[in-house]
Design a protein around this ligand. Sequence first.
Ligand SMILES: [Zn+2]
Length: 347
Amino acid sequence: MNLELQLHPGLPVVPHPAAGELLGSWLLRVAQVYGLDLRDLLVCLGAVTPASRTSPSWYALHHSHLRCPQLAAALRRPVELIAAMSAPRCERYWPTELGFCGQCLDEVTAAGASHTWLRGWMHPIALACEKHRQWLEPIATSRLRDVRTVSDFSLLPRRSTEWSAFEWRRESALIDGALWLEHIVTHPAEHQPPWGKTVPSQLAKILSSLIQVLMSPAAADLVRHQLGRSIRNLPERRQRWACQTFRIDDGVTGTVSLAAPDPLRHRQFVFGLLGHYLQLAPSNRAAMGALTTLIASEIPTWHLARWPPAAAEWISPRSARTPPRSRPDRPSTRQPKPRPPVPLFGL
Ligand SMILES: [Zn+2]
């Protein structure tokens, strides 16, 4: 008889998974009940073999890493639930920083339950908490690797930020923009961009192009003067942004590639600003004239011609009506001229 093919009879006590909880967080809680660390639990349940040399960190656990039928039998839950709780897959690397909402963590423990980590925080484009309308706290992914039990979540560092009324108005606009953009990227069946349904991979390409514009030297003055506060530590004019291309499979939209800043504060700023811009109809963007001009000047018309016409017309109507020129053989070496700072939101 092959013992490996025998299913586990089922653990006597299994804590209920919380709504929206990440698989790794739930398994940490199960392990805590039995006084085991996560890897020993998975070996005991037959979900991994003792000989398997590498075991992903709790936050990156995906059902494809595990023997799901054995795990599902041990936890007395359907395989589909385990798959749905799995972390998204992020290749080649996870962002250097992810985010979490301290208030969400605290509310769970205040109600007498143990800490839980939400699956929604694991997407590189998860930037703000919709429930509390605040930015997620940056946490180094290397720091998450050190977490051994869910009690360690309470030890994660938090930074308190005091916003002035002026700053808060601006941050609120950015948070709304970031949440809106997160919805249309991660839930395309329920949320569509204002120019109409767009294939997720095509949307990711459009966003990556716009993000490149915001991180370009031409945008340095616009970005630095407006929001270059110490909390964000945005790159100076001559510095490069730390940027990565994330290949993300969240189990819903298929694999998309998204080029974006690596530090969370930078992603929050860039996606927030972009979301704020894209939500507005072109006729309502008077307060964002500087950004409109920048996008029109920095995205070549031949590039724009690859986008769905409705998207090009919404994002940069002036360029969309210009006949596309052929792609240059070599990138231009022209140095951008410094631009004077212009208010982004008209605030
Ligand atoms: Zn929250």
